[in-house]
Design a protein around this ligand. Structure first.
Ligand code: CP
Length: 306
C-alpha cells in the first residue's frame, strides 16, 4: 500500500493527520534502531536556505547522504539570483526541474506554501519566518515518544518566546491531536498568538497561562525551552524581556523523574550550562534525533513504501 506522505509537500503541521505523524515517528525509530543507506539511492535533493541554520540544514544534508542520496543547494540566498531580483516562484521552478525534492528555509511566512505551488517536486518547509517549522516538530515528537514512551496524555510547558517561536506553534498544533495539557510560560509581549489559543479552544484542549517557570517544573513531563528571537523584533523590546526565564540546575528539586528538558536550539542564555549535566537535559539528543526524523520524512516522501 502507498504510504500517505508519498510525493506530498510538507509545509505545515495542520496538514498532517495523527496517523501520519505517528507514521513518521515510527519510521524514525526504525531508522535509529536499524540504519539504512539505500532509501534515497539515485535521488538528488535541493537544500535551499535563504535564512541561517545549523541543525536543520546540516541534519537534512546528513540524512540525504546517509540514505544514499546526493545534495545540491545553498546556505545563503544572497549568493543566488534572488539577489538580482528573481522571484521565489521562478527560482523554485528552476530548482525543482533539477531535483527530486526541495528542502527550503525562508524568512517570509508563507514562502514554503508559495514555493509548493510552483514546484514540480515535493517541497519540505525547513522554517518560514515566525510561521511553521514542521520538521522540527517531527523530531520533537520522535524525541518526546522516545523519552516518555507515548505522545498522548502528557503535560508540557512551553517557555520563552511563544509569539515568534515557530517551533512551539507547530508542536502545540501537533500535540493537540494527542490530548495533552499545555502550560504557556511567557512574558505578555511574547505570549502564544491568539489564533493558536483559539485553535486549542475550538478543539477543547486544556492549557494554562503561567508567569513562573519554577512553579510549572513539578507539573510537567516535558519542559520545552525557547530562545527569545532577537532577530524578529526591536532591540529596546528585546532588552526588556531578555533573561526573564532562565533555567538553572538548582530549579529541579521537585521535578518528576521522567521530566526531560527540550530546546530546538540554538540556546543563548535561557538554559545555563550546569543544566547539561543533569539527568533532565535532552536537547543535544533531540538535535541528534533530527537526522532520524528527517531521514524518515524524506524516505516516506520519496518512496511509495518504506
Ligand atoms: N532548531 C533549528 O531550527 O536550528 P537551526 O536554526 O540551527 O536550523
Amino acid at each position: 500500500m502507498t504510504n500517505p506522505l508519498y510525493r506530498k509537500h510538507i509545509i505545515s503541521i495542520p496538514d498532517f493527520s495523527r496517523e501520519e505523524l505517528e507514521l513518521v515517528v515510527a519510521t524514525a525509530a526504525s531508522l535509529k534502531a536499524a540504519p539504512r543507506n539505500d532509501l534515497l539511492r539515485g535521488r538528488l535533493i535541493a537544500s535551499c536556505f535563504f535564512e541561517p541554520s545549523t541543525r536543520t540544514r546540516l541534519s537534512f544534508e546528513t540524512s540525504v547522504q546517509r540514505l544514499g542520496g546526493t545534495v545540491i543547494g545553498f546556505s545563503d540566498g544572497a549568493n543566488t539570483s534572488a539577489k538580482k531580483g528573481e522571484t521565489l516562484a521562478d527560482t523554485i521552478k528552476i530548482i525543482s526541474s533539477y531535483t527530486d525534492a526541495v528542502v527550503m528555509r525562508h524568512p517570509k511566512e508563507g514562502a514554503a506554501r508559495l514555493a509548493s505551488e510552483f514546484s514540480a517536486v515535493p517541497v519540505i518547509n525547513g522554517g518560514d519566518g515566525a510561521n511553521q517549522h514542521p520538521t522540527q516538530t517531527l523530531l520533537d515528537l520522535f524525541t518526546i515518544r522516545e523519552t516518555q514512551g507515548r505522545l498522548d496524555k502528557l503535560s508540557l510547558a512551553f517557555v520563552g518566546d511563544l509569539k515568534y517561536g515557530r517551533t512551539v506553534h507547530s508542536l502545540a498544533q501537533a500535540l493537540s491531536l494527542f490530548d495533552c495539557h499545555f502550560y504557556f510560560v511567557a512574558p505578555d509581549a511574547l505570549a502564544m498568538p491568539d489564533y493558536l489559543c483559539e485553535e486549542l479552544d475550538e478543539k477543547g484542549i486544556a492549557y494554562t497561562l503561567c508567569d513562573s517557570l519554577e512553579e510549572v517544573i513539578p507539573l510537567v513531563d516535558i519542559l520545552y525551552m525557547t530562545r527569545v528571537q532577537r532577530e524578529r523584533f526591536d532591540e529596546a523590546e528585546f532588552k526588556k524581556i531578555q533573561g526573564q526565564y532562565v533555567l538553572r540546575a538548582d530549579m529541579f528539586r521537585h521535578a518528576r523523574d521522567n521530566l526531560r528538558v527540550l530546546h530546538p536550539l540554538p540556546r543563548v542564555d535561557e538554559i545555563t550550562p550546569d543544566v547539561d549535566a543533569t539527568p533532565y537535559a535532552y536537547y543535544f539528543e533531540q538535535a541528534k534525533n533530527g537526522v532520524f526524523a528527517r531521514q524518515a520524512l524524506l524516505a516516506l516522501v520519496l518512496n511509495e513504501t518504506v
